[in-house]
Design a protein around this ligand. Structure first.
Ligand SMILES: [Zn+2]
Ligand SMILES: [Zn+2]
Ligand SMILES: [Zn+2]
Ligand SMILES: [Zn+2]
Ligand SMILES: [Zn+2]
Length: 248
């Protein structure tokens, strides 16, 4: 059951309302950027401009993740020392799930990263969440690397056909960068599938045009699925638009 209004100890002075906020906000809990393109909602106190991810407002006290089968994660509000999230590689600055095992380097996961779906499905495409890029031939199509940062792999989604792969962190960055640009144009938020210019040119020129077009269309779909998984289902707000390049 969803509570549309809650009281939360991090903001005792007012009740918080469950809303969809379409501008990036900083979550008071995990200090990460939150952003809802669609139905993904957060708890807000409008008066104070206070926001909490749903995941941060109502954490599980203890959790498990299939990537760390033997680890039990506990929800912690204030983590000690410098930590980074195993999934996205960004700093841990507030609420986090941390594993409580005795091994030397504990795992940390932002509440939203903890909740990333292991499998995404849509229009015949299946994507799998991976702890690291699984095949030696595959790279993230955004940063063109296997690692999201130096010596750090970072989680990614890979397609069942083995052609598409994007780091979770790279898609987060892509959206935020495009949101800033979208603010200055009247066409709204448009997300370009990165690094597809060559494929677009090729499709105009070559006999393989159809095949390349198919590749591009699928790249759009893959990106849309990942965006939905991170930010909520985009209803007409985000357009992934190599389509525009294709038709121009
Ligand atoms: Zn949060
Ligand atoms: Zn308030
Ligand atoms: Zn552990
Ligand atoms: Zn994270
Ligand atoms: Zn990447």
């Amino acid at each position: 059951m969803k509570f549309t209004e809650i009281e939360h100890p991090s903001h005792p002075q007012h009740t918080l309302k469950l809303v969809a906020v379409q501008e990036p906000y900083s979550c008071y809990g995990c200090r990460q950027i939150g952003f809802s393109l669609g139905e993904r909602s957060c708890y807000e106190c409008k008066q104070c401009n206070f926001h909490l991810h749903e995941e941060c407002a109502k954490p599980e006290l203890s959790a498990f993740h299939p990537f760390f089968k033997t680890c039990e994660f506990k929800f912690i509000e204030n983590v000690q020392g410098e930590r980074r999230c195993d999934a996205c590689g960004k700093d841990v600055q507030g609420f986090v799930y941390q594993c409580t095992c005795s091994h030397t380097d504990a795992h940390d996961l932002h509440p939203c990263c903890m909740k990333l779906e292991p499998t995404l499905n849509g229009d015949g495409v299946e994507l799998y969440l991976r702890k690291k890029v699984s095949s030696s031939r595959l790279k993230c199509l955004k940063c063109k690397s296997k690692n999201v940062a130096k010596n750090f792999e970072g989680w990614s989604y890979e397609s069942n056909c083995g052609q598409y792969c994007y780091h979770v962190a790279c898609v987060m960055d892509l959206i935020l960068k495009n949101w800033k640009k979208g603010q200055t144009s009247d066409t709204g938020l448009q997300i370009m599938v990165p690094n597809m210019e060559d494929a677009v040119k090729q499709s105009r020129r070559s006999k393989n045009g159809k095949k390349v077009n198919k590749y591009l269309t699928k790249a759009i779909l893959v990106l849309k699925l990942i965006i939905s998984a991170i930010f909520g289902d985009p209803i007409g707000i985000a357009v992934v638009c190599v389509e525009q390049l294709l038709s121009s």
